[in-house]
Design a protein around this ligand. Structure first.
Ligand SMILES: [Fe+2]
Length: 309
């Protein structure tokens, strides 16, 4: 029996040659048709993933945040970063509501939002953003900085100041602390952690000197800024970590090539953790988009846990 299955010479009716000669020969047209069907199916499933699935497939990234000289009361302090929600007509409000639910499940000590809170500074979306972000729950509240879209700007120096002011006013009215070249400190058991927020780097209100003016150089400090291009200009400040957004991880991040479009001057700043001169930059890929497309750049919520270095 085994020999029959193997097509031995003792069972001529079942030889491999006999079986293959009884099958229909593939024609060139048949092969082309199969390739075409395969290509169409692959393209459709790729499109469904890129336009339908990945843009709303939230990834939670847990990251240790080592800080030199971190006082003991802040060991294990958890800070959750959200960025670039782009509240507006493009990004579904239901999806952003789900992001907030996911973020609240992390139950952190502090939330920070690193800009591009709205797509354009329209009142209805300023209110919607403020209402939803004010439902974030953390022991030390929610801090935010503004990004270029909060300034209604697509290019260097093109922002509209009164629109940015209006976004900030709407957020503050709901209890969110908006840091515009300002610092706050969190006090725990006799120790302080300083958080500094800078206004958008593209505009003439980006003022590191003002922002850090009251931060003692020897105390732990984290800076919030929308654009990672600001990082090299913050190396001489007390901030040992700079948290940024803006790039959306490129939104489309091609294997072996990277993102074809990246709105930064320093093209190496795409997403994730970078180190320069002993200082740290983290770029969050954001939650929203300008156009609904993401590939290899999932929307992100980042949970940092502070540790002494
Ligand atoms: Fe953005």
């Amino acid at each position: 029996m085994l020999n029959e299955i193997k097509g031995s010479s003792e069972a001529p009716g079942y030889t491999r040659e006999a079986i293959s000669s009884s099958l229909p020969k593939p024609t060139r047209r048949g092969i082309l048709r199969k390739l075409l069907y395969g290509g169409v199916a692959g393209t459709l499933s790729g499109a469904v993933y890129t336009f339908g699935i990945e843009p709303i497939w939230i990834q939670i990234i847990e990251k240790p945040m080592p800080i030199p000289g971190l006082p003991k009361p802040f060991d294990g302090f958890r800070l959750v970063q959200l960025s670039d929600p782009h509240f507006g007509s493009e990004v579904p409000y239901e999806y952003l509501s789900r992001c907030i639910l996911e973020a609240n499940r992390l139950n952190p000590d502090l939330f920070v939002v690193t800009g591009d809170i709205v797509q354009h500074g329209q009142n209805q979306w300023n209110e919607a953003a403020a209402t939803l972000l004010s439902s974030l729950r953390a022991r030390h509240g929610v801090l935010a900085v503004l990004g270029n879209h909060d300034w209604s700007s697509y290019a260097l120096g093109r922002g509209i100041a009164w629109r940015a002011d209006r976004v900030a006013d709407a957020l503050r009215a709901k209890g969110i602390v908006v840091l515009r070249n300002e610092a706050i400190h969190i006090h725990r058991d006799g120790a302080d952690l300083h958080i500094v927020g800078l206004d958008d780097y593209w505009e003439d209100r980006f003022e590191p000197e003002t922002a850090f003016s009251h931060v003692p150089p020897a105390e732990p400090c984290i800076a919030l800024v929308h654009q990672p291009d600001a990082f090299p200009e913050l190396l001489d400040t007390p901030a040992c970590w700079v948290l940024a957004g803006h790039t959306h991880g490129g939104q489309v991040n091609l294997p072996w090539y990277g993102p074809p479009l990246l709105p930064v001057r320093h093209k190496q700043f795409v997403a994730g953790h970078y180190q320069l001169s002993g200082k740290n930059l983290y770029i969050n890929r954001g939650l929203g988009w300008l156009k609904r497309v993401r590939f290899n750049a999932r929307p992100e919520i980042t949970e940092f846990t502070l540790r002494p270095e």
